[in-house]
Design a protein around this ligand. Structure first.
Ligand code: NAD
Length: 488
């Protein structure tokens, strides 16, 4: 068990520790959601492998942390170039591994993976705390490397989400131990090859494969880890936060969502419908998805009609086909979970306007794009994250009710507003509880901007300087005006 040929690409299935490939006695099966075929047996790491990786990261930290920022940035740029060279390999491997659309991986996701490294390499050169002055004393803010960073990520956008944390951590001068998602572990291994080829010193980046409880938990609890960056579900986020909390290790949590997409009667309805349809992207397995459609009463009927036409035309199938618009869910177990949500919602009074079950005759776990209406206020389907292609439709009368409904979950990741009235947009955006609010758009975001959730959707913000604030020890140095030898 050392390498596997995945869609023609050789992928090492072992860990990457201290610049070496390391195996484990046990393995776990990595299955493709496209057709339920087993892709490979992956090394199943535990506390021993985690400890070895942390030791390697600790040994590499003094030199990497002391490497001048410009040199660190150069290595990050070389990693970005390596990713750009291998976009096709990364895209095909990620698609067979997690079932997301190949064309998205080729055109946007993998280029964005490279951009994560380029962006933080460039931002590192621009970090500037400015100069403060108090009673003639000069204060200088600097960002010092924090140490070993644990990066734990989910399967829905494995390499994109991992590099969004790995790149700033490395740029900040930290060393990294990544624990990729067990349901889509492959591209992290290719990233290890790319970092090696780019000249990243041994031990600066390490990968321990394995299950959450066996490899993730000991990593988070390791006393030598200085930062924990976690992306995943609320339940795991709580476990991660309490394990890290026991060591007072700072954590950044990017968790789930149950975002509202609010359509006012004065909105451009075509635009609103097109954006509502986008919430099925990645088979609804997007933390930011606006899975609750809230539509103002006068236009709700027309909105639903137009949306249903568009849903009926969605082409679902093999994510490797150019024409496919919606692929499979990640696993059979996840499909059953999605279906459970829908069945319970229907038993609780919701009506199925579209979908409502698995697609017949498909080899993998394909859930049909589903739209539910008439769900009971406060019911599970309106308050819990499904993480599948299931949207709910609710109506409202006026701004106050829109805001009340939108804010009526324990989440606060994102919200979308569709309106033709700029002042209404500003008023409403201010009242919505969400880390990101999109007005008449979705998913557009500058990496310089803060990203994160409020309430149960997470703790902390990343992006631009916010990322460096988390991955560094921010220091203030105060210089007195006197006491210099040159003062005479
Ligand atoms: P998950 O919480 O089950 O797993 C996430 C990662 O945590 C995996 O790598 C897993 O192995 C690991 N893990 C599991 N138990 C652990 C433990 N006890 N200690 C340490 N690590 C552990 O989540 P998932 O099902 O893989 O992903 C879906 C969730 O991720 C959804 O809730 C989604 O909204 C969320 N998500 C959030 C964002 C964001 O940016 N806010 C982005 C993508 C996905």
């Amino acid at each position: 068990m050392s390498t596997a040929l995945i869609a023609g690409v050789e992928v090492d299935t072992r860990h990457w520790i201290g610049g070496r490939r390391v195996g484990s006695a046990a393995g776990f099966a990595d299955v493709s959601p496209i057709d339920d075929a087993e892709l490979a047996q992956i090394a199943r790491g535990g506390a021993a492998e985690v400890d070895a990786a942390v030791q390697a990261a600790a040994a590499a930290f003094p030199a990497w942390g002391a490497t001048p920022a410009a040199e660190r940035a150069e290595v990050l740029q070389a990693i970005a170039a390596g990713i750009e060279k291998r976009v096709e390999d990364l895209a095909v491997v990620e698609t067979v591994d997690n079932g997301s659309l190949l064309r998205s991986h080729r055109r946007s996701v993998m280029p964005r993976v490279a951009h994560n490294f380029r962006f933080f390499a460039e931002w590192l050169g621009q970090l500037d705390g400015g100069e403060l002055e108090i009673r003639e004393h000069r204060e200088r803010v600097s960002w010092q490397p924090a140490g070993i960073t644990a990066v734990i990520t989910p399967w829905n956008a494995p390499l994109m989400l991992a590099t969004w944390r790995i790149a700033p951590a490395l740029a900040a001068g930290n060393t990294v131990v990544a624990k990729p998602p067990e349901l889509a572990p492959l591209t992290a291994s290719l990233l290890a090859d790319i970092t090696r080829d780019a000249g990243l010193p041994d031990g600066v980046f390490n990968v321990v494969q394995g299950l959450g409880t066996e490899a993730g938990a000991p990593l988070v609890a390791h006393p030598a880890v200085a930062r924990v960056s976690f992306t995943g579900s609320v339940a795991t986020g709580r476990a991660v936060a309490s394990a890290a909390g026991a060591q007072l290790t700072p954590v950044s949590l990017e968790l789930g969502g149950k975002s509202a997409l609010v359509v006012f009667a004065d909105a451009d309805l075509d635009l609103a419908v097109a954006n509502a349809l986008e919430q099925y992207d990645n088979a609804g397995q997007v933390c930011l998805a606006g899975s609750r459609l809230l539509v103002e009463e006068p236009v709700a009927g027309e909105f639903a009609e137009r949306l249903l036409v568009r849903i009926a035309a969605l082409r679902q199938g093999d994510p490797r086909d150019e024409e496919t618009e919606i692929g499979p869910s990640i696993s059979r177990a996840h499909l059953r979970r999605i279906d459970g949500f829908v069945r319970r919602a229907v038993a609780d009074g919701a009506r199925v306007l579209a979908g409502g079950g698995a697609l017949a005759g498909k080899p993998g776990p394909y859930y049909r794009p589903t739209l539910l209406a008439g769900a009971r206020p406060g019911s599970e389907i309106l308050t819990e994250e499904v993480f599948g292609p299931v949207l709910t439709l609710q109506t409202f009368a006026g701004e106050d009710q829109a805001v009340e409904l939108a804010n009526s979950t324990s989440y606060g990741l994102a919200a979308m507003i569709f309106t033709g009235d700029r002042e209404r947009a500003e008023r409403t955006a201010d009242r919505l509880v969400a880390g990101t609010v999109w007005v008449n758009c979705f998913f557009v975001r500058d990496l310089r901007a803060p990203f994160g959730g409020t309430r149960n959707s997470g703790i902390g913000r990343e992006g631009g300087t916010w990322s460096f604030d988390f991955y560094s020890d921010v220091k203030n140095t105060v210089y007195a005006p006197r006491g210099w030898r040159s003062d005479g």
